[in-house]
Design a protein around this ligand. Structure first.
Ligand code: PEP
Ligand code: MG
Length: 590
């Protein structure tokens, strides 16, 4: 069944953010891959040059427009970065070089432009002058925009959506998702992606229903088709029938009713029936989520993904600006704890303001703590900002992606340097700021005992822990069936880390998506996890599960899980328990 059919088509993907939405589809192209290369004849040369010049004019106008918008919202200082972009697009030497190369190679303009631009950018990046090195980034940005104009695409499509719709796209980056206007984008569906990709995490944070990993939704749906999304079940109905729409009207009412009942739990403690308390804290990406934390019944923040302060903007946030953001978070939750995670950039989270190398395996490359340790100036700005916020004593801090003890020692050393610097400047901070580490690489889990003396707590990042333990890309829908939180290796690693932490008098939180899965929460509690950090929207469901659980049943489940032989056996046990104690949560969780 192809595009434009009026018969209902049902697609099954991975439901990553629950909720029901019905709206017209809007196809968005965000692909910026290598352009296709095609030989051209002598006759086509003038046409190619004209296409290039049109694209340059369009690019110039777009940059001017963005510059004006930025200047209105953020002031001239931020807008001036675009002056450098205008210089690139107006640079006659560069333009003539592209035209000369086009005549020489007799190829369409796209690959020629990309080659010339890469050559310029590489030349500038090599120069030992930070101003010129930054111009390399400008050339790359502008080239991306010229290419998009040549190919008739818009890079700003998502931000410019002005009518309610369901976004249909091959893929979305976390920064695309961060710019979504919730009043306009009712839901989104993508060909690529998986449940723990950062784009999915953003969808949940924004409470926008989303289904990803659909493989071919962009081939099946046309802009304007009516689409129905069931985010909990991972279903997408294209041109839904009248009876389907009626079925979902009913479901939406039922879901509303369940959510309404869960709202009543907001001020109740997250305590099992037999009186065992499991604090629920929140994962946040944006300051805009702060109000939702308490409103949804979580207390404090277990994971502040600070890299999102760096995404979707052309310049780095200054130390002052960062300190203000961290103070705002700390004040909003006081006295409940706020765990600020230091920058976890690289791989899929790439700020425009930080030049990162092209790598063959970016998820195993120069990212997170590795990137921070190799750029101490960038890292120390953040550490000083966190220290300044720590005058609010509920602030804690943790490092992402630690894979060996030395990284932890080096990071702590830079933290001490920052303390000395603040002392010299007479700036106050909390000398006893509690520092923890994420455990999201198997090597870190296995040396938890060696790291324990250097930290006050562990936070299990199960999203990455599963990806790295099982060698399964967490964002790749083709291997999503292998991504199993109940794999015995994961159950054993969690058990190990919790036991080590308790032996050393530390506490362990889980802040990966496992903590937000109602089916898996009893297992985590039974394994002895001390705290669960989840997106605010998931807090009511998780509290409901905790309040319907007996700690003894969770402990029994964990013991049985530890002696299981397969992921499916563990999953079966978990399902069996949740269907018995809280079947309604399965209706509203993805
Ligand atoms: C994790 O890996 O589980 C985690 C919480 O970190 P992130 O999802 O930001 O990589
Ligand atoms: Mg992680």
């Amino acid at each position: 069944m192809g595009k434009n059919s009026t018969q209902e088509i049902c697609l099954k993907g991975i439901g990553v953010s629950p909720g029901i939405a019905v709206c017209r589809a809007q196809l968005i192209s965000t692909q910026t891959g290598r352009p296709t290369t095609r030989s051209i004849s002598e006759d086509e040369v003038p046409t190619e040059i004209a296409r290039f010049e049109d694209a340059l004019i369009a690019t110039h106008d777009q940059i001017k427009h963005i510059q004006k918008q930025v200047s209105e919202v953020l002031g001239d200082e931020h807008a001036s970065i675009f002056d450098a972009h205008i210089l690139v697009v107006d640079d006659r030497t560069f333009i003539e070089d592209v035209i000369r190369s086009l005549r020489r190679d007799m190829l369409n303009v796209e690959p020629v432009l990309l080659n010339v631009a890469n050559r310029y950018a590489e030349m500038l990046a090599k120069v030992e002058d930070s101003y010129l090195a930054e111009r390399a980034a400008d050339i790359r940005d502008v080239t991306k925009r010229i290419l998009a104009n040549l190919e008739g695409e818009s890079l700003d499509q998502i931000a410019n959506i002005s009518e309610p719709c369901i976004v249909v796209s091959h893929d979305l980056s976390p920064s695309d998702t961060a710019t979504i206007d919730k009043d306009m984008v009712r839901a989104f569906v993508t060909d690529l992606g998986s449940s723990t990709s950062h784009t999915s995490i953003m969808a949940k944070a924004l409470q926008v229903p989303a289904v990803v990993g659909l493989h071919n939704v962009t081939a099946v749906v046309s802009s304007g088709n009516t689409v129905l999304i069931d985010g909990a079940r991972g279903l997408v109905f294209v041109s839904p029938s009248e009876s389907r729409l009626e079925e979902y009207r009913q479901r939406a009412v039922e879901q509303e009713q369940i959510l309404h009942e869960l709202d009543a739990l907001r001020d109740k403690p997250p305590e099992t029936r037999d009186g065992y308390l499991v604090p629920i804290t929140a994962n946040i990406e944006l300051l805009a989520e702060l109000d939702a934390v308490g409103a949804r019944g979580a207390k404090g923040i277990g994971l502040f993904r600070t890299e999102f302060l760096f995404l979707g903007r052309p310049t780095l946030p200054s130390e002052d600006e960062q300190a203000e953001s961290y103070i705002q978070a700390a004040k909003s939750q006081y006295p409940a704890p706020v765990v600020i995670r230091t920058l976890d950039i690289g791989a899929d989270k790439l700020p425009e303001s930080i030049e990162t190398p092209d790598e063959l395996n970016p998820f195993l490359g120069d990212r997170a703590i590795r990137l921070c340790l190799s750029r101490p100036e960038l890292f120390k700005d953040q550490l000083r900002a966190i220290l300044r916020a720590s005058i609010h004593e509920n602030v804690r801090m943790m490092y992402p992606m630690i894979s060996c003890l030395q990284e932890l020692i080096d990071a702590n050393r830079l933290l001490e340097e920052c303390k000395d610097e603040l002392d010299k400047q007479g700036i106050p901070f909390n000398r006893d700021l509690e520092v923890g580490t994420m455990i999201e690489v198997p090597s870190a889990a296995l040396i938890a005992d060696l790291m324990a003396p250097y930290v006050k707590f562990f936070s299990l990042g199960t999203n990455d822990l599963i990806q790295y333990t099982m060698a399964v890309d967490r964002g790749n829908e083709n291997v999503a069936h292998l991504y199993k939180p109940t794999h015995m290796a994961i159950v054993r690693l969690i058990d190990h880390v919790v036991k080590v932490s308790h032996k050393h008098g530390l506490w362990t939180c889980v802040c990966g998506q496992m903590a937000a899965s109602p089916v898996l929460v009893p297992l985590l509690i039974g394994l002895g996890v001390d705290e669960l950090s989840v997106s605010p929207s998931q807090a009511p469901v998780i509290k409901d599960v905790i309040r319907k659980l007996h700690y003894s049943a969770a402990a029994d489940l964990a013991q049985r899980a530890l002696s299981c032989g397969s992921a499916d056996d563990v999953e079966h046990l978990c399902h069996e328990l949740i269907s018995r104690i809280a079947p309604e949560v399965l209706e509203i969780s993805s």
